[in-house]
Design a protein around this ligand. Structure first.
Ligand SMILES: Cc1cc2nc3c(=O)[nH]c(=O)nc-3n(C[C@H](O)[C@H](O)[C@H](O)COP(=O)(O)O)c2cc1C
Length: 279
């Protein structure tokens, strides 16, 4: 068991990590970022990982999508969904989900920053999006990487054991293996560190929250269900997504799937322990 002193120290460390700039921070006065030191800025997006023959252009005619709800009703309806009916979603729906969570709408300066559908501290936008696709019309099941500058996906690999590997990477959460698609967001760390150095990581976690919420609301607007997942296994995500785990590492995931109203009671049943244990 972790000794109490050690636990207390680690808790303090975690709390300090979450706090804003502190007067008792020994590095605050002396820290200089690579941006301040005029070191070259890293690319705004990760370069494609495969050749053009593996690239799939995404449709962008979002006005064709059926989205009736206004923001008020979306916020009222929003909840985590973990029971999926395993129907395929369309490529246009997937494209909208990608755009809503990480799509590029413009640039700041010549190549200083991308401007996206989500905000990001210092407009660093340091996340890459990877997908485990199980059921999307027109796409073969596999692991894909999103190229937001081109509105395209690239196929990284297919795998006969895809669903099980996705579930394993999500700490064994079996329900996620019935999603049509699982989104993974990996931090390409230097993109934020170039500007914020040792102060990047807290900001990046806040960025991840925005991305997740945009995806959840976009899914809700399409009548799909989603659920945030922080419980992920680092090494298994690295293997699945083909990322190095040091410069780029998965932080957050979100399965999205088709849902049915008749499953609402069973969804609530997930929390029956609250009543049983009188919590
Ligand atoms: C950052 C974050 C991480 C989460 N991780 C998990 C997870 O690993 N497994 C899970 O079943 N639910 C996870 N959830 C879902 C929460 O349990 C859920 O949001 C919470 O119970 C409130 O329910 P609601 O979203 O339906 O309002 C996560 C949610 C967030 C925002």
């Amino acid at each position: 068991m972790l000794p109490k002193d050690e636990q207390d120290r680690l808790i303090r460390e975690g709390r300090n990590f979450m706090k804003g700039y502190r007067e008792d921070d020994p590095y605050r006065e002396t820290f200089e970022s690579d941006q301040t030191l005029k070191r070259p800025q890293p690319p705004l997006c990760k370069a494609p990982m495969r050749g053009e023959d593996q690239r799939i252009k995404l449709p962008m005619e979002f006005d064709k999508l059926h989205m009736t709800d206004n923001l008020l009703s979306l916020l009222q309806k929003r909840k985590s969904h973990r029971i999926y009916t395993e129907q395929p979603i369309s490529l246009l729906q997937l494209s909208f989900l990608l755009w809503a969570s990480q799509g590029i709408k413009g640039r700041r300066g010549r190549a200083y920053a991308t401007l996206r559908t989500v905000p990001s501290g210092g407009a660093r936008h340091s996340y890459e999006t990877y997908l485990v696709i199980r059921q999307v019309e027109g796409l073969k099941p596999g692991v894909y990487h999103y190229l937001p500058e081109e509105n395209a996906l690239e196929l990284l690999h297919t795998d006969d054991d895809l669903t099980q590997k996705a579930v394993d990477s999500l700490a064994g959460q079996k329900w996620a293996g019935r999603a049509s698609v699982v989104f993974y967001w990996a931090m390409d760390a230097y993109r934020a560190e170039w500007r914020y150095g040792i102060y990047s990581h807290r900001v990046a976690l806040i960025d991840a929250g925005h991305i997740g919420e945009n995806l959840t609301l976009a899914a809700e607007a399409l009548g799909l269900g989603s659920c945030g997942i922080a419980a992920i296994y680092h090494e298994l995500c690295c293997q699945l997504l083909e990322i190095d785990g040091e410069n780029e590492f998965a932080v957050y995931a979100m399965p999205v799937g088709t849902i049915a109203p008749e499953d609402a009671a069973a969804e609530q049943d997930i929390y029956r322990f609250v009543k049983e244990q009188n919590l």
